[in-house]
Design a protein around this ligand. Structure first.
Ligand code: ZN
Length: 81
């Protein structure tokens, strides 16, 4: 459907309920330092932190999918892995 990041967006967006069932825990609201959008840090089932963008009252997706400064996430990911 013209999505520029099919591998990143697979399975997303999810509802808050789905996230809880998968083992995600919501963390602190924050502001993306790259693009200035409001985000929510959540812990993943693997114990990592990931920034989420709120799409609607119930839908969330990883912030790097829509972040205008998503290069920063790529860099951080490569470093930590
Ligand atoms: Zn951003």
């Amino acid at each position: 459907m013209g999505n520029p990041n099919p591998s990143h967006s697979r399975g997303w967006p999810k509802t808050g309920e789905q996230l809880r069932e998968l083992g995600y825990h919501s963390g602190s609201p924050a502001t993306c330092k790259g693009c200035g959008k409001p985000i929510l840090w959540a812990s993943t089932p693997n114990g990592k932190m990931m920034p989420l963008t709120r799409l609607s009252s119930t839908l969330w997706q990883p912030h790097w999918i829509d972040c205008q400064a998503r290069e920063q996430f790529k860099k951080r990911k490569e470093k930590s892995v």
